[in-house]
Design a protein around this ligand. Structure first.
Ligand SMILES: [Fe+2]
Length: 222
């Protein structure tokens, strides 16, 4: 698969699936930017953290400085572990303009990963390439993810409306095979995962790709 097809997919639908045999992962990442974080995604037995448990994960975005996320499948789950995708910006744009304006005023929590992180980020924000989304909502209650500000009744209703629209949205489901990759535009597409087998040995490499190399926050350096 030529790299131009992958870039065209990303532009058109916000994600692309390809085999590492057909196109070099390094070449794709080099075209998209810089690796700002690299992780193994796997189950940790008895883990209290949702992301390393076997539970399903609802649609969300990762850190806003990760403009793209690329997963490279090394070992798939025997039954579950489908990647789930929803176009979050499309849902936002489908909302009435008064709700859109209210959503722009809402800030959500964000883990401090890089040096200048402040711990929260706007749900919807303008960039030179148009509106982008940051949606860290990973579990109920959704209000947990609000960045400590008191919402007006109207803001709360807009947030509830948006959360419900995400919950009922039609999703794309993909099961990666060994050697296959999925790359998503993290500021447009929400991603999640269906539950894994309890004893799953699923292993994905995950790369966050940003526009520049970044210094990690103090907590992340130790
Ligand atoms: Fe994620």
């Amino acid at each position: 698969m030529p790299i131009d097809w992958i870039l065209a997919d990303l532009d058109f639908q916000g994600w692309s699936q390809f085999s590492s045999k057909d196109c070099s992962i390094d070449k794709v990442m080099g075209q998209l930017g810089f690796i700002i974080m690299e992780n193994d995604v796997l189950i940790e037995r008895n883990s209290p953290a949702l992301v390393t448990s076997a539970e399903g994960l609802p649609p969300h975005t990762d850190h806003h400085l990760s403009h793209y996320i690329l997963w490279h499948c090394l070992v798939p789950d025997s039954q579950g572990g489908y990647s789930i995708m929803v176009d979050g910006l499309r849902i936002f744009r489908s909302m009435p303009s008064n709700i859109q304006e209210l959503l722009r005023s809402i800030h959500l929590k964000e883990h401090s990963v890089f040096k200048d992180d402040v711990g929260y980020h706007p749900l919807i924000y303008e960039t030179p390439i148009g509106d982008r989304i940051y949606y860290s909502v990973l579990f109920e209650p959704t209000a947990f993810w609000l960045a400590g500000e008191r919402l007006t009744k109207e803001q709360k209703e807009a947030f509830d409306t948006f959360n419900e629209a995400v919950r009922v949205a039609k999703t794309m489901r993909i099961k990666l095979k060994p050697g296959e990759c999925l790359v998503v535009d993290n500021r447009r597409i929400l991603h999640g995962r269906s539950p894994l087998q309890d004893n799953s040995n699923r292993l994905l490499k995950r790369y966050w790709i940003g526009k520049e190399e970044l210094e990690k926050s103090v907590e992340q350096r130790v």
